[in-house]
Ligand binder design. Structure first.
Ligand SMILES: *Cc1c(COP(=O)(O)O)cnc(C)c1O
Length: 469
């Protein structure tokens, strides 16, 4: 039988709200969420009192009020956690789509913050005082960097491809090699994209070999476009043949139709100059005769999520006039961040210093090994006796479909079980590292947890996380 006097110790919600320990939270978040949290904590306390009154009878009303207030602050802290948790990407995949792709340079973050916090001349011409075009801020720079006549920007490259096809090939045929009917992941499959854009896929050639004559034979009055899609995440090797872009352009132009190329990652500068595997540049594709080129703003370019279409001015004009463009347009913060990143490309030489993505991609094995030496003792100490921990040669990959087979040499910390331990121990350790306040994400491979340190920049923060284990 509960001693009913115990419930009288709980002050009314409005009294608890006056506790000094709650004032900062109320100032930050408002009274209502704090009230709800207090009510929830009072309910919990009531149940605890009902089952064990003696535990509480000696407390003062003041102490009970403070306990509820503190519990309410903790509860609210959990409820108002930011949506995204920063993590350590030690997966070895530099452009990791599930981990948000590229980290942006400080200049771009600052530009995005200004655009987010202020009214800006997004679609406003400051000279005439009339309505402007949101693409104009970037168009001249994109054209300078790619050699194209005109450009427009949409939400991502998938949107760019859909918008292009819907504008130029609605109800008509698009000729494409069977070797390029790729699935990029996340439901982006060329045949499905074609269908959803309202275009008809006219596939030619075979998986491994497609010739100019295949394209020529497929041309008909129904043909709207000849298209090339960068294979991105796979490679066909051995007895293969593909038609070079210049030749595809000539075939299309002979039939008076545009040739378009979806580059996927799309580079603005030759990656070979940084010692990275070569990727076709947008400029080279334009020069080869592509009338339109689509590529991502957040793959090898290293900017915020966006898709860029460059090419002939008359075609870009039609694309911009498509009502779908309005639905796929990007917001001011993304445009500001993208513009800021594009500006770095005016001085390609300094890109590895100024663009975090290129800094990670070009980081030397020596430099990564030094990081391994610095943090290895902390990792060893944190994971304990159950595991064998040491340095390991590994390969990082660029990720997001860029050159899946070209792996970059890197150094990792490998954590393996001592013999006789069960495999579950390693999965458990991986889960423990993911449960840290700033989760550490590696990859499990061959009975080891591999932490590729290529993308580790905040070593101090990393070590602090491990010491808290
Ligand atoms: C990645 C990719 C896309 C999709 O680009 P997102 O920016 O992720 O929407 C389209 N086409 C190719 C060839 C790609 O590699």
């Amino acid at each position: 039988m509960t001693d009913q006097r115990v419930f009288a110790l709980i002050p009314p919600v409005d009294t608890i709200l006056k506790q000094p320990s709650l004032q900062q939270t109320i100032a930050a978040l408002g009274r209502e969420p704090v009230k709800l949290a207090i009510r929830a904590e009072v309910d919990i306390l009531r149940r605890a009192m009902a089952s064990d009154a003696a535990e509480y009878l000696s407390l003062s009303r003041e102490v009970v009020a403070e306990r509820v207030a503190e519990a309410a602050v903790t509860r609210i802290g959990q409820e108002f956690k930011p949506l995204f948790r920063p993590v350590f990407n030690l997966t070895g995949t530099v452009i990791h789509t599930n981990l948000g792709r590229s980290r942006l340079p400080d200049s771009a973050i600052a530009a995005m913050a200004i655009a987010a916090g202020e009214a800006v001349d997004l679609e406003y011409n400051l000279e005439t005082g009339k309505r402007g075009d949101r693409d104009l801020h970037l168009e001249a720079l994109i054209c300078e960097l790619t050699g194209a006549e005109a450009a427009t920007v949409v939400n991502n490259n998938a949107a760019a491809v859909v918008l292009l096809l819907n504008t130029l090939a609605l109800g008509q045929e698009v000729i494409i090699s069977r070797g390029e009917l790729v699935e990029i992941g996340g439901a982006f499959r060329i045949p499905d994209v074609m269908e959803s854009a309202g275009a008809k896929l006219r596939e030619v050639g075979t998986t491994n070999r497609t010739h100019a004559r295949d394209f020529e034979a497929a041309l008909s009055p129904q043909t709207a476009l000849v298209m090339k899609v960068h294979a991105s995440n796979y490679e066909i090797r051995g007895f293969t043949s593909a038609v070079p872009e210049a030749e595809l352009a000539a075939i299309a132009h002979g039939a008076n139709i545009p040739f378009v190329s979806d580059l996927g990652s799309g580079c603005l500068v030759d990656m070979a100059r940084f010692g990275l595997p070569p990727e076709p540049t947008v400029r080279a594709t334009v020069e080869a005769g592509a009338d339109l080129v689509t590529f991502s703003g957040d793959k090898l370019l290293g900017g915020p999520q966006s898709g860029i279409i460059v090419g002939r001015a008359d075609l870009i004009k039609r694309i911009k006039a498509n009502p779908l463009k309005r639905a796929l347009r990007v917001d001011k913060t993304v445009l500001a961040g993208l513009l800021s990143v594009l500006q770095l490309y005016r001085d390609p030489e300094s890109l590895p210093q100024r663009l975090p993505l290129l800094a990670d991609l070009t980081r030397s094995v020596d430099d990564i090994e030094k990081a391994v030496q610095r943090v290895l003792p902390v990792v060893r100490e944190a994971v304990g006796e159950k595991f064998v921990t040491g340095g390991l040669d590994c390969k990082s990959q660029i990720g997001s479909g860029a050159l899946p087979l070209e792996l970059m040499p890197s150094r990792a910390i490998a954590i393996s079980l001592r013999s006789g331990q069960s495999d579950a121990g390693l999965t458990e350790l991986a889960a423990t590292l993911r449960a840290l306040p700033k989760p550490i994400i590696g990859r499990l491979s061959d009975g080891s947890l591999i932490l590729d340190l290529r993308c580790l920049r905040d070593e101090q923060g990393f070590c602090e996380q491990l010491r808290s284990l």
